[in-house]
Design a protein around this ligand. Structure first.
Ligand code: GLA
Length: 412
């Protein structure tokens, strides 16, 4: 799963993505072991990194994620009764079992809620499902802010759609419906009050493109994102920082934004047209800073997209840096590990860097010159060691394909 790139005294650890064939073969082999049967197929769904537009998806703003080449693989077999059985390569000795009707808000918890929650929300949308057996295996680092939870939801949802003939993976409209079902599962079954960016990235992004998601109406635009043609790479630093309190802090930011929107007389902060007037109308300093982050971040998404579309990707560095400062100082969702990751990557030559995802731990991204990943990673790892932090791990991000069926190459 991990590859070490020897570089002298300190050797940064890179997590390579499995190929589709490798991931599918692993999931299928584990399925045979767990259930002593052949799966009907294997589906994979990616984690994501968000390039820009952080903490705006629940504020009616735009965001710009890419699907990672790192994916969660789910092998599935349709049953002829209404039982659901589930096992994970991460806990191979346990098989979770329930009738389909037993999957509901409040009835399941932990990772199982993410895995089977979509079966409940698809049922709520009127889709007829039956029982199924499922196993998962993943190369998306868990708890790293790279959306391992969306990856498992979306892999299961895509698989159920194909297995039960729902046809929702066929086009973007169907994929949007699947993403909405996954968001509902995450909010109501898993109980995490997240926005919809991660599931949209996992189901609706396309290879070689960043996904411009407008969360006002869930519309998307595919923006070509070809790092190599600009001589660039995107380095992801998984800080591996423990992040307790994440859910409470995330929910607190979300409700602060909704309260501020209500005070400003708009449905969401994304509807604010005069930022200066809105900020002047708020007299609580903390509330004003939260709103300032959201409004300035929305502006940064627009600038970033304009540069990307003009072929000027090399010029986005200051936008990434400003996003990080805003998330750190105004929104207060960074942490020492993220700040050191961003600072040390920049000192080692990154064009720009920022935290990505929800924050309070998790991952940072650094836009770097092609061929310098090992050198920048070593500088970050060295800074982490000096600060007494856990050893970080690194990924190379490319804009990968969305959730869908994958093949082992072995089946008929
Ligand atoms: C988490 C959530 C997303 C989004 C980001 C912050 O990843 O799951 O919905 O709010 O945080 O941009």
């Amino acid at each position: 799963m991990t590859t070490s790139h020897p570089t002298g005294s300190l050797t940064p650890t890179f997590r390579d993505a499995w190929s589709a064939a490798e991931g599918a073969a692993r999931a299928a082999a584990f399925f045979r072991e767990a259930f002593d049967a052949e799966p009907d197929g294997v589906w994979a769904a990616p984690g994501r990194v968000n390039l820009i537009g952080e903490h705006v998806d629940y504020n009616g703003g735009p965001c710009l994620p890419i699907a990672l080449p790192h994916r969660t693989y789910v092998a599935l077999r349709r049953r002829h009764d209404d039982a659901v059985r589930l096992s994970s390569a991460l806990a191979p000795d346990t098989v979770w079992t329930s009738p389909l009707a037993g999957i509901a808000p409040g009835a399941v918890s932990g990772w199982v809620a993410y895995a089977v929650g979509p079966a409940w929300s698809l049922g709520q949308s009127g889709h007829a499902l039956g029982g199924f057996d499922a196993v998962d295996d993943t190369c998306v680092p868990l708890g790293s802010g790279l959306s391992s939870s969306a990856a498992i939801e979306c892999a299961v949802a895509a698989g159920l759609s194909d297995l039960f003939g729902l046809g929702l993976t066929d086009d973007d409209a169907g994929r949007a419906a699947l993403a909405a079902a996954c968001v509902r599962a995450e909010n109501e079954v898993a109980g995490a009050p997240t926005g919809g960016m991660d599931q949209a990235a996992s189901l609706r992004a396309t290879e070689g493109h960043a996904l411009l998601l407008d969360t006002r109406d869930s519309s998307v635009r595919q923006i070509p994102f070809d790092l190599a043609s600009h001589g660039l790479e995107l380095l992801v630093v998984n800080t591996r920082a423990p992040h307790a309190l994440v859910d409470g802090q995330y929910a607190a930011r979300r409700s602060a934004c909704h309260a501020a929107a209500a005070r400003l007389g708009v449905a969401t902060l994304g509807e604010v047209t005069d930022a200066a007037a809105a900020l002047a109308a708020l007299d609580d300093d903390v509330e004003r800073r939260r709103v300032r982050h959201v409004l300035t971040e929305i502006g940064r998404v627009r600038e970033f997209v304009a540069l990307l579309e003009a072929g000027r990707l090399r010029e986005v560095g200051p936008i990434l840096d400003a996003s990080h400062a805003s998330l750190r100082d105004d929104y207060e969702v960074s942490c020492p590990e993220l700040d050191v990751a961003v600072g040390s990557a920049r000192e080692a030559g990154a064009i720009g860097a920022r935290m990505t995802g929800g924050g309070f731990g998790g991952s940072a991204i650094a836009l770097i010159e092609a061929g310098t990943a090992t050198e920048v990673a070593r500088a970050v790892a060295t800074a982490f060691a000096a600060a007494g932090f856990r050893e970080p791990e690194f990924l190379i991000a490319l804009a990968g394909p969305p959730a869908g069926r994958v093949h082992t190459g072995e089946e008929r």
